[in-house]
Design a protein around this ligand. Sequence first.
Ligand SMILES: Nc1ncnc2c1ncn2[C@@H]1O[C@H](COP(=O)(O)OP(=O)(O)OP(=O)(O)O)[C@@H](O)[C@H]1O
Ligand SMILES: [Mg+2]
Length: 332
Amino acid sequence: MRDRTPGLAIETSGLVKTFGENRAVDGLDLAVPAGTVYGVLGPNGAGKTTAVKMLATLLRPDGGEARVFGHDVLREPDAVRSRVSLTGQYASVDEEMTGMENLVLLGRLLGHRKAAARDRAMRLLEAFGLTEAAGRQVKNYSGGMRRRLDIAASILNTPDLLFLDEPTTGLDPRSRNQVWDIVRIVVAHGTTVLLTTQYLDEADRLAGRIAVIDHGRVIAEGTPGELKASVGSGSVHVRLRDAAQRPEAERVLTGELKTQIHLEADPVALTARIPGEDADAGAERASRALAALASSGIVVDDFSLGQPSLDEVFLALTDRALTDKKMEETAA
Ligand SMILES: Nc1ncnc2c1ncn2[C@@H]1O[C@H](COP(=O)(O)OP(=O)(O)OP(=O)(O)O)[C@@H](O)[C@H]1O
Ligand SMILES: [Mg+2]
């Protein structure tokens, strides 16, 4: 692995973890700038939690290298542990204890005196909107309250690097927003956040850069804008008045946009990604396409041009991986 790069909170090179035959993490290369939110995006089983556990020194890599603030996770695990904190798909708090008791206990374990631990616990509970619930047993918390308490517990000691493993999975929109606000506060105080998520809009909102992973490897990396641009300058969404006109509309759009047209499950809807990176050229092509539809006598109820969503980016990137996998399964 090359020399450690200054300014990186995490650097991995060819990181591997296998479970029997399964290469859960299969040559992962990551470079996470310090002081930012870095998104690791991937579907179920992509290897996100496995990668996080290796970086947090909870799991031993089978190959490759990983450094956290320049410290090798295998050779200097104590130095790594002193700078990181982990929350997410792990139990860190005791269900039988109250929120307050949990935070005070953790504070005591971290070496704070009783008064200081209580004071810090109270301030965190207040900052995370948990003052009223402070005296309630955690097993009676809602999912959103529980998640906020988990994050509060993991920043008791203001870590340099915080791993948030799917912090909002299963939360309602309001609770997700609260967690997002907390992430913004944490990073504003100088903590680097590695956020894993299955939600593309979450990575889009919070992360400065994103690595898309699938089958334990990075399949794309960049800013949210770069990832979107990599699949074209925009996408066109068309809704027709009459489903019978869809084959003709598909033909006209294919001719104008010179790209593959996607037929939605909704029989009157079509979408197409516009190739190329220039948004203005994309918009011009889209308006020519609309004119061509009109002059062919096709009635359009709705026509819109949008930036590709990260969902579309993700589907475009993982399509091939999925096709390969299906072929493997068919062959097996
Ligand atoms: N302790 C383990 N023993 C055996 N296989 C495991 C173990 N942990 C994970 N795996 C397997 O490794 C692969 C990656 O799992 P991992 O939990 O890292 O995925 P993930 O991206 O975190 O998924 P999710 O979004 O569902 O949390 C999966 O195929 C999983 O079944
Ligand atoms: Mg996981």
